[in-house]
Design a protein around this ligand. Structure first.
Ligand code: HEM
Length: 515
């Protein structure tokens, strides 16, 4: 046990019983996985006791194993914690089976490229509020961005927006999400899936069991509470056209019982909140560190949009540099640097190696995006690389495997179903940020010196986001500020549709703000 079978892809030396468990990174695994990729190649293996982990780090391997052979590689590894928290019904971690198929098919109803155009007015209105919030209290940018992404997906899914970061549902969501992240933190608990006897450890010695129960309670209170609110609206004929109302009305057609309905809504908020916000926070971090990128962005946006109106989604085709900034942000700081691990349902062979059935397969997005053989100077934030060729790769490189630009969203049949909705959010806000603001270093009040930003200070976990940092966000001119205020007022009718049943505090806040 623990030794590497000769047919497996190569990898670091193993020790008896543990295999590579003793060197398996407990945090920020994408860094170590990338170091190993440079040493062992674009496919290598790690032994964790008797089981096998395979890491792939090239577009060619992704295309062949994850996209072409997706029928086999679209499973997820067993996940004791996820099963305990959500009964195996969390779509992101669900095994490849009937329940996952129902959830995925139903999610497509709101997330397909054509369906997401219906959500654009919500995104535009919320992106306008984000500009307004940044104008009024720029120092709180971190929470304003989180509120934005949460409010968009809450309005789309449950027809209930979150006007403030302090709105009850937003706070409850982020509290539940924090517990969920602690529960999912790789390396934070003993490897229960690999050593099944650990499941029988009594609760008093198994803190992970207590954490699972707490997380389950927090998630269910929120997800099923919101579902009940939608139910009530449907019964009273007081609908606002949100997705979950549709699901409730067509539950038999979709084959969704109450449990599936609750977890479908829940996974939408989970998938849609911290991902979009992590991207936008990284964008602010990178813009602050690279003022020359801002300057090039201003040149383009001032030429195409000017200072008499806000940017609109139809402007995107005329803004190649803004598109390049979005691509380069995905490349520099992918939100999910190792995507979400897949598993294969059949044994696969690749480049003469065998990947045994049931292996855990990591797509090393970070390693692919930071490969110096593929990208010139990969540690530099340089959107211009995407102006020279659509893949941003070095000149004269064979890019026949780069047939899609969306590996930041995963691969094969598990590719992120929310990517079209997300893309609209990322493009809208990137345009708005560059159009409206400058992002500079905050100044230390004691020394008068600029406070540097740390491009590597990121949270651990399956999704990474920059840790809270300081920067100075300033509106570019009085004219821009006036337009933001005007657009914010114009967005009120769009907001009002999703403002039923708000708390007294939220109502008071809205009243004060709108006066
Ligand atoms: C910047 C934004 C986003 C990024 C970078 C992102 C990235 C990802 C990645 C890497 C995966 C794993 C794919 C794989 O296993 O190969 C994923 C899965 C998923 N994402 Fe996203 N995502 C984003 C936004 C969203 C949004 C807005 C939603 C929902 C409205 C969403 C819902 C989901 C769901 C439900 C899954 C699980 C799919 C499955 O396992 O079948 N995501 N996402």
């Amino acid at each position: 046990i623990g030794s590497r079978e000769p047919s497996l892809p190569p990898g670091p030396p193993t020790i008896p019983l543990l295999g590579n468990l003793n060197i398996f990174p407990a945090e920020y695994a994408h860094y170590k996985f990338t170091v190993w990729a440079r040493e062992y190649g674009d496919i290598y293996s790690l032994k964790i006791g008797p089981s096998t982990v395979v890491v792939i780090t090239s577009m060619g391997a992704v295309k062949e194993l994850m996209d072409r052979r997706s029928g086999s590689t679209a499973d997820r590894p067993p996940h004791y914690i996820a099963d305990n928290v959500s009964g195996g019904l969390n779509m992101v971690l669900a095994r490849y089976g009937d329940e996952w198929r129902i959830l995925r098919k139903t999610a497509h109803a709101i997330l397909s490229p054509s369906a997401v155009t219906a959500h654009l007015p919500i995104q535009v209105a919320e992106a306008t509020q984000l500009m307004y919030d940044l104008l009024k209290s720029p120092e709180r940018f971190y929470n304003h961005i989180r509120r934005y992404s949460n409010s968009v997906i809450m309005s789309v899914s449950y027809g209930k927006r979150c006007p403030r970061y302090e709105t009850r549902e937003t706070t409850s969501f982020f509290e539940a999400q924090h517990l969920w992240e602690l529960a999912l933190e790789p390396g934070a608990h003993p490897p229960i899936d690999l050593l099944p006897f650990l499941r029988h450890v009594p609760r008093r010695w198994a803190p992970w069991k207590i954490l699972c129960d707490k997380t389950r309670k927090a998630q269910r209170e929120l997800y099923f509470g919101l579902l009940d609110e939608c139910n009530q609206r449907v019964q009273q004929g007081d609908e606002n056209g949100c997705y979950m109302e549709e699901i409730i009305k067509r539950q038999d057609e979709f084959g969704l019982d109450r449990e599936l309905r609750g977890y479908l809504g829940g996974v939408m908020i989970e998938g849609g909140s911290d991902t979009t916000s992590s991207f936008l926070q990284s964008l602010v971090l990178l813009l602050t560190a690279y003022p020359e990128v801002q300057r090039k962005g201003y040149e383009e946006i001032d030429r195409v949009i000017g200072d008499q109106r806000v940017p609109a989604i139809d402007d995107v085709p005329d803004l190649p540099y803004i598109q390049a900034i979005v691509k380069e942000t995905h490349r520099m700081r992918p939100v999910a640097p190792l995507a979400v691990p897949h598993a294969n349902r059949e044994a696969e062979t690749y480049k003469g190696h065998v990947i045994p059935k049931g292996s855990t397969i990591f797509m090393n997005t970070w390693g692919i995006y930071h490969d110096p053989d593929v990208y010139e100077d990969p540690e530099t934030f340089n959107p211009d690389r995407y102006m020279h060729n659509e893949h941003g790769t070095k000149a004269n490189l064979d890019t026949s495997n780069f047939n899609r630009a969306d590996i930041a969203f995963g691969s094969g049949r598990r590719i992120c179903p929310g990517m079209h909705l997300a893309n609209n959010s990322l493009l809208l806000n990137t345009m708005n940020f560059i159009w409206a603001f400058t992002f500079g270093h905050a100044v230390d009040s004691r020394t008068g010196q600029p406070i540097p930003v740390d491009l590597f200070s990121y949270h651990k976990g399956i999704l990474t986001a920059p840790k809270a940092f300081q920067c100075k966000i300033t509106c570019r001119s009085l004219r821009h500020a006036q337009i933001i205020e005007k657009e914010f007022r114009k967005a009120i009718p769009t907001f009002e549709r999703f403002e039923g049943n708000l708390s007294a505090e939220d109502e008071a806040w809205l009243k004060a703000t709108r006066q």
